[in-house]
Design a protein around this ligand. Sequence first.
Ligand code: TXA
Ligand code: MG
Length: 358
Amino acid sequence: ATRYIKVDPLHPDPSVIQASGDILAQGGLVAFPTETVYGLGANALDGRAVMRIFEVKGRPSDNPMIVHVADLDQVKDLVESLSSSAQELMQAFWPGPLTLVLPAGGVVPPEVTAGLPSVAIRMPGHAVALALIRAAGSPVAAPSANLSGRPSPTVAAHVMQDLNGRIDMILDGGPAGVGVESTVLDLTGPVPTILRPGGVTPEALTGILGKVMVDPAALSSLQAAKPRSPGMKYTHYAPRAPLLLLEGDPRAIAAKIREIATEYRSKGKQVGILAYSDGEDYAGTGQVVLAGQRSKPETVAAGLYAALRRFNDLEVDYILAEGLPESGVGLAVMNRLRKAAGGRILHVVDQDADNLDK
Ligand code: TXA
Ligand code: MG
């Protein structure tokens, strides 16, 4: 059975944390809050414990995991070398939603790296996560605590939905703040490259590094480019109903959503609409779920995965989702929406709106 315990997100009960750390030290699995999404942790130096994560999530075994540390000393053992830019980034963004891909040291089991010569490491910005890692006495390997392919969990109830009965412990520390996963930055090549956009924006990284690239596979849904991050090739973050993402001019998107929704409804289908509280009002058009404010992408990041799960509860047949501008964390939101759409993307331009108005 899975133990479920509520903890204070800032000052977790030390005895609860110690009990959870002991579970990790003995090879068990504990779900815990981070500032991005909930993670499913195992002792990162215990290959068998890490294997259990793959089993309970149904995760493809070629998808490597992020190793979570609580202090900088833990990094030295995990890597082969540490460049000065890696150290600068750690100073600037840790603890926080930035994962660095570095040359792996010998102690990291192949289950964690999926056999790659590199390892992904981050220090989470959450008191519960940091206390748990310290109590475990080892770095903690942790993917998001969802079933593979489903939206990542931003509250403990999502973890319960997906993993209750399959893991040893769930620590409920309330809602995750950022709402989308960490930025994965590859530092093993000649130019630092964002493999997965996330909580730390390209704009912020450029401030420290000067030049930063974004892996083309992370930018578009076009699968032509071979992703360098194994995780990015799978369908991800997907609600059960097919999701159509509409990108382009907001007014044209609204007109198109109304047109498509009307057509589906005339066929007796339930239509879900992912929209924003400061955007178009779709009342009467379908089952509207608001993901935040389009003018504040960080609020959309915080609400996105809960909104996608909400469509499962509403049992809609189709989901129509409004795209956002890609500035700031909007890039990460659009990356996740494109993954959720699995290639079903419609580019709507101004001209279409003019035609529809006539
Ligand atoms: O915010 C987060 O990063 C959350 C919380 C729990 O920390 N974790 C998370 O883990 O999102 P996961 O497993 O869902 O995503 C890890 C991503 C995957 O896209 C994986 O392919 C990539 O990191 N990754 C891990 N190790 C890598 C490596 N050595 N080289 C390239 N990509 C790697
Ligand atoms: Mg994940």
